[in-house]
Design a protein around this ligand. Structure first.
Ligand SMILES: *Cc1c(COP(=O)(O)O)cnc(C)c1O
Ligand SMILES: [Zn+2]
Length: 397
């Protein structure tokens, strides 16, 4: 495999065993735990000046801290997204600065591309011919795009309530799409059945593959570098399965351990009150979530009632000194519209949970007046144009 020099292999986050990435591909062969790419950090030669010399044009500029080489990557130059100053929001929240990491500017319009570029590269390295996943929508769209680029067949299982853009674009990329009545859990069950019948399909599923959180960690590298190596006080993240949050927390620790920074940003999980298992577990001091019985939110990307990686998410929140916050769908949609009208920036419904959550956190006095708060705008607002527009219609606009 075309792995990078410092990449050692995959470590199980449950039993601690380490495996060769040639042979271990998904969950821990011993205990079924989540596998995490590990590196020999002494072999990573990366300093601020070296990075400054590289063009800011793709997340693969952090190649030394990724498992596969940039040459081997199935990439469309994803990442390297803008970090946009939001002065009106900063005023509103009573903090020093609000910065919006605009992940809508990715090839398929969301940060899911960062996960799929690495996961599909792994699939290609393992000589898979078929890749498969269940998704609320955006991950499926991204997977079908990267599979197309790699010349692989993709099998995407989506719930009927996935957005039209997602479904249409899976078709456009030539993916084999199965739309399942119901919600993400129903799509997941159909995916499980299909995987049982097709043992050569390579899974691109959240935390089944060790490589999606690995790709998403680059968001944190970029934020810190874009801020000239100053670590922001808080990062607010619309949290579903927690792939990005766990990845960014890992990235923050790596930069600190490499001596490139000396702090961790406080990570905050923002959820919709209609499906908030992480917020609930955080507030009750639990180490793992209890599944939400009847999830109900318009924010499809974060309607994840049973996030299997909750122990990792909760660890990240606690270790970084952050927290968790839930707001109602109506507040979330109001936030998307407020940001669009006051900053011009387009946040999707799911993404706006971060803005709405930050509002709520500021009201609780969680931030200081000189804090820098980063909001993850995980995807393009116009993927949810229908939802945002109909919210206005509900107000008679
Ligand atoms: C998938 C998704 C999320 C949630 O991501 P996780 O890393 O699984 O928590 C948030 N926003 C958007 C737009 C998404 O597509
Ligand atoms: Zn294990």
């Amino acid at each position: 495999m075309d792995t990078t020099e410092a990449f050692v292999g995959l470590e199980c986050l449950d039993c601690g065993e380490t495996f060769d990435a040639e042979t271990a591909t998904h969950r821990c062969p011993d205990c079924g735990g989540i596998l995490d790419p590990t590196y020999d950090y002494d072999a990573v030669e990366l300093d601020r000046d070296t990075l400054a010399e590289r063009p800011f044009e793709t997340m693969w500029r952090y190649e030394e801290l990724l498992p596969f080489t940039r040459d081997a990557a199935v990439t469309m130059d994803e990442g390297a997204t803008q970090l946009v100053e939001c002065p009106a929001l900063a005023d509103e929240l009573g903090v020093g600065r609000v910065l919006l990491k605009d992940e809508g500017r990715n090839p398929t319009g969301t940060f899911k591309d960062r996960g799929q570029t690495v996961a599909v590269t792994a699939a290609a390295q393992h000589e898979a011919e078929d890749v498969a996943l269940a998704s609320a929508g955006n991950a499926g769209q991204a997977a079908s795009a990267y599979a197309a680029r790699a010349g692989l067949d993709s099998h995407v299982f989506l719930p009927s309530r996935a957005g039209f853009t997602n479904k249409a674009m899976v078709n456009v990329h030539g993916g084999d799409m199965t739309v399942v009545g119901g919600r993400i859990g129903d799509a997941g069950a159909a995916y499980d059945d299909a995987m049982a019948d097709n043992d050569d399909w390579y899974s691109l599923q959240t935390f089944q593959t060790p490589y999606r959180h690995e790709g998403k960690k680059t968001m944190l590298y970029e934020i810190v570098e874009q801020e000239d190596w100053t670590v922001p006080d808080a990062v607010v993240y619309p949290t579903g399965g927690g792939v990005g949050l766990v990845g960014m927390h890992k990235g923050a620790k790596e930069l600190r351990d490499l001596g490139l920074t000396d702090e961790l940003p406080a990570m905050y999980a923002a959820q919709s009150a209609g499906c908030a298992p992480i917020v609930d577990a955080f507030e009750r001091g639990l180490d793992r979530h209890e599944p939400t019985e009847t999830p109900d939110t318009i924010c499809g990307g974060i309607e994840i009632p049973d996030p299997g990686a909750s122990p990792l998410i909760l660890d990240a929140l606690r270790e970084s000194g952050g927290g968790a916050v839930a707001t109602d769908d109506s507040e979330i949609l109001e936030s998307a519209i407020a940001v669009a009208q006051n900053e011009g920036l387009e946040m999707g419904a799911t993404c706006a949970a971060a803005a709405s959550g930050a509002w709520e956190l500021s009201e609780r006095g969680e931030f200081d007046e000189d804090d820098t708060v980063v909001l993850l705008n995980t995807g393009a607002g116009n993927k949810d144009d229908d939802i945002l527009r109909s919210h206005l219609m509900g107000q008679g606009v």
